[in-house]
Unconditional design. Sequence first.
Length: 208
Amino acid sequence: MTKHQTHTGSGCPPCDKTALRRLLRARRDALEPQQAAQSAAAAQRHLLRHPVWQSAKQVLLYMPVRNETATDLLLHDAWQQGKSVLLPRCIPDCPGEMCLAPCACAADLVTGQYGIAEPDPATCPAVDVTGPSFAPQVAVIPGVGFDRAGNRLGFGAGYYDRFLALPAMQSAALVGLAYPFQITDSLPSDPWDRPVNALCTEEGLLWL
């Protein structure tokens, strides 16, 4: 994989996860819509141009909420190229748990219980993450923040921690999609945290 230089972020000093999560979410929430859209589009284009994305047959994406970095260009490119697209779906009455379901077009999406677009459970059954059909080559991962080693600061509910530990995810290229200010010098991490393999912002794509 070819390395591309990217902005290394705000240089926030290490601190506890709760305080840093609050700080970075406030900065993200304060972004003007046009600024957020431009930044997200530029970041996505860096990944779209990379061979690891272009050659992937199955990709795992997320649907943004509360000013998260958008994934619309990636989603539509994947559909146009005939890639298998998997999106998260929260499991009702099971906090911190989600499944992954295929999504072939915009008509497959409905609004979930937290206001996040997700594959319609009536038409998009969850994939068996222990079976051979689950083998994403690229997984685009959201986060409140990331550090230069690829450590990820999540939302505190553990949704992605469970999936990143799956055997099939060990061969996937994990890409943290973010705004430049979300890339910090270092983050507190736990033994079960799995770092991403690449950081992608409007200023470039960096493979770690």
